[in-house]
Structure formats: structure tokens, C-alpha cells
Design a protein around this ligand. Structure first.
Ligand SMILES: C[S@@+](CC[C@H](N)C(=O)[O-])C[C@H]1O[C@@H](n2cnc3c(N)ncnc32)[C@H](O)[C@@H]1O
Length: 274
């Protein structure tokens, strides 16, 4: 009869061996990428390399580069993960990004919806979670408003000036995210999709966030999670009176499965659909 401890150890050793072999190929693929980038033909070969990468270096064990300092630091800087997301670029701490990443890892949704982001930090982290899950896609909606428009709520006009595909491709996640530069209301009317995870960080007025809640709650699947950013901000902003806190208070009587995570000024509200 097999000794369970021996078979466990041999399984671990064989996994380790696989990791070493995969690790070797990973370096070679990375070198090939650098070489083709240098030659300027990377675009042409990128998809071929990606499928090769998937076939030969698909990790045998769960593993994410997300929490390693260089990647975390890059994500925070490139996608604008600011203090409102409780990040720290120096130590590579992803703040609320880590929370969304973990919830998506646990739920493994097929579709994720993100409403509002200055430069894409939370949508990017969600897309990385899809990549690590081996499934799922993010629909990211932002009106692309700039600071001179009404109801911009911190928007800097970024999505009207940049190519979202190119922007996300720097983290190799462009195939896990579709960007819609439009108002959330327009998107809700046009889309028939349902979602397993929804993140709301667009219009922060009471009227605006309540509209997002009413439009997207019916599109949330059973067991799915809806998150609101900035549930504690109160008072006047350039775009008007903050109102997420007010909606969050109202939802208290409506939902049993409701969690508030409050740190400093911002805070995240989490609802699960039962
Ligand atoms: C407060 S910023 C998001 C800042 C965010 N905390 C972050 O980490 O990037 C709000 C974003 O929502 C967008 N926005 C505002 N109203 C919107 C609406 N009705 N539909 C879609 N996007 C909207 C703005 O263009 C802006 O980029």
C-alpha cells in the first residue's frame, strides 16, 4: 500500500520539478519577447508568442506576479492607483486592489463590470485576476470626462486621449478587458449582459450612484458581489455633493449581506446578492 506521506512528498517534488522546467521556458520566452520588441516586429509576433507562452509555460500551480514588488509598483504607477485606493507604490502594497483581486480569485466570475476609473487601476487589477483565474473578462465603462466638465468626479479626460487597448497592453492584459468610453446609463441601456462582480466608482452624487445601483443590481448574478468606492466621503466636491455614503446608508435596511471597509477617508462597501 502507498504511504500517503511519501506520495505527497513525491507529488510536491514533481510539482517543483515542473516549476523549474516551466521557469526555464519562461525566461526564454521573455528573452524572445525582448528580441522581437527590439526588432520592432513585436506586434506581429505577440499573439503567436502569447499562445506559445500559454502552452509551454502555463504554470502548474496557482501563482501570481501581481504581489511581486516590480509588478505591483508598475501597476500602481502606470494605472494611477492613488491613495484613495490605499496603495503604497514604494512597498508595492496594492491596497483595495488586492481586495478586488482576492474576491475575484474566489468567485471566478465569467464577466466583471467596472464603472469609472481615472487611469484604470482597479479595472487592470480585475483583468489580472481574470488572467490568473484562466477565465473571465472585464467590461470597463468610463465617460472619459475631464476636470472642466460637469459631473466629472475626478475624471481627467484620460480615456478620450489614449488608446485603452495600448494602455492595458503594457501589463499584457488587453485581451481580458473591453473599454467603453461612454456614460454608464448609455452602457446599461445597450448591454444585456449579466455580471458576477460589479465595481462602481463613477458619478459620486447621490442621484448618480443610486442610478448606477438601480441599473446594475438587476444585472448582478446570484451570489455575485457589487462594490462601491468612497462610501464615507461627505461634503462638497468640484462636481457637487458626495452622495455614495447616503445610498450606502439606505441599503442597510435592504440588504443583510453588506460589509463596509473604512480606512482613512474613502472606504469600500461590499454587497453580495443572495
Ligand atoms: C472618481 S473618478 C475615479 C477615481 C477612482 N477612485 C480611481 O481610482 O481612479 C470617476 C471616474 O468616473 C467617470 N464618470 C463620471 N460619471 C460617469 C458616468 N455617469 N458614467 C461613466 N463614468 C463616469 C469619470 O470620467 C472619472 O474617470
Amino acid at each position: 500500500m502507498n504511504n500517503p506521506n511519501t506520495s505527497l512528498v513525491s507529488q510536491m517534488l514533481s510539482n517543483r520539478k515542473k516549476e523549474i522546467v516551466y521557469g526555464k521556458y519562461e525566461r526564454e520566452v521573455a528573452l524572445a519577447k525582448q528580441f522581437f520588441k527590439y526588432l520592432g516586429v513585436y506586434g506581429l509576433l505577440a499573439s503567436g508568442l502569447r499562445s506559445l507562452e500559454k502552452r509551454i509555460i502555463k504554470p502548474p500551480l496557482f501563482r501570481s506576479e501581481l504581489v511581486k514588488l516590480p509588478m505591483a509598483n508598475f501597476l500602481i504607477n502606470w494605472f494611477g492607483g492613488n491613495i484613495g485606493q490605499e496603495t503604497d507604490a514604494n512597498s508595492g502594497f496594492l491596497g483595495f486592489g488586492l481586495l478586488h483581486y482576492t474576491l475575484i480569485n474566489l468567485l471566478k466570475p465569467d464577466r466583471i463590470l467596472c464603472i469609472g476609473s481615472q487611469k484604470g487601476y482597479i479595472p487592470a487589477v480585475c483583468a489580472m485576476a481574470c488572467r490568473d483565474n484562466g477565465k473571465g473578462i472585464v467590461d470597463f465603462v468610463d465617460a472619459g470626462k475631464n476636470e472642466h466638465e460637469s459631473n466629472s468626479w475626478g475624471g481627467i479626460g484620460f480615456w478620450k486621449k489614449t488608446s485603452p487597448k495600448k494602455h492595458f497592453s503594457l501589463a499584457d492584459i488587453e485581451m481580458y478587458i473591453n473599454t467603453y468610453v461612454m456614460d454608464s446609463e448609455q452602457f446599461a441601456e445597450a448591454s444585456k449582459k449579466t455580471y458576477g462582480y460589479i465595481y462602481i466608482d463613477g458619478d459620486h452624487s447621490f442621484k448618480g450612484v443610486s442610478r448606477d445601483y438601480s441599473m446594475f443590481w438587476p444585472k448582478l448574478e446570484k451570489g455575485g458581489i457589487m462594490c462601491f468606492h468612497d462610501i464615507t466621503l461627505k461634503g462638497k466636491a468640484n462636481s457637487g455633493e458626495y452622495g455614495v455614503w447616503k445610498l450606502w446608508k439606505q441599503l442597510e435596511t435592504k440588504h443583510n449581506h453588506k460589509i463596509s471597509i473604512i480606512l482613512r477617508q474613502n472606504g469600500i462597501g461590499i454587497l453580495q446578492k443572495k
